[in-house]
Design a protein around this ligand. Sequence first.
Ligand code: ADE
Length: 272
Amino acid sequence: MTSYLGVIGGSGLYQIDGLQHPEWVTVDTPWGAPSDQILTGMLGDTYMAFLPRHGRGHVHSPSTVPYRANIDALKRIGATDIVSVSACGSFREDMAPGDFVIVDQFIDRTFAREKSFFGQGCVAHVSVAHPTCPRLGAACAEAARAAGVTVHDSGTYLAMEGPQFSTLAESKMYRDSWGADVIGMTNMPEAKLAREAELCYASVAMITDYDSWHPDHGEVDVTQIIATLLGNAGKARDMVARLPALLGSEDRGPCQHGCDRALEHAILTAPD
Ligand code: ADE
């Protein structure tokens, strides 16, 4: 199977540079409409699909993003790999605003979202012990470094419901007791759903702030986040543009990490 790269862009990533034959297409799903139309096209020999997570014009809040429809729409269009790009706060001094973190673990504190494709008529329990695809994450790290970004190869992402930012007590608890490295509002249930859909998933956290724990930095606010994002948007687009060459357009066979076979031993309901 060749890679068909789906990119879910968060705040700060709204387009793909150099896309050939670009076309916005409407995709319907049994889970409703995705956040927006999907921009399809080719980069070199690689099929690409880009979905703005919050919709053009930023109309979906983290709690109202139609996560199931987004993942299903990308699967229906043919995506094999999903790279999720999102703005995040940092709990680590050395993960500074402007750096990118290749997330490989999550703590899911969201509570007001549909989190599974399963449960009515068909029950499945997939493993998300290792929720991201190492091959795809490594490609993102290499592409981001080539784009001039300081990259951290691993990190634990605390997914919060929002839309408010954390209290100081929460921020300190996530950092000191729970060992989280970055915080954001959107990667869950996205990562869980990608696994249920048997898609390779990598998450690139673009650090915009130190949340509220850092004694030398003020409280986080949207103006600060947008200023850092604007500085970084070009690098995020550069990273995406470099991915096809790294992923290759040749047949890559089954995923070495089993992402594309996640349901093999996961379905409990007896077949009809
Ligand atoms: N997105 C960007 N910065 C964030 C923060 N500090 N908390 C949650 N989501 C964020």
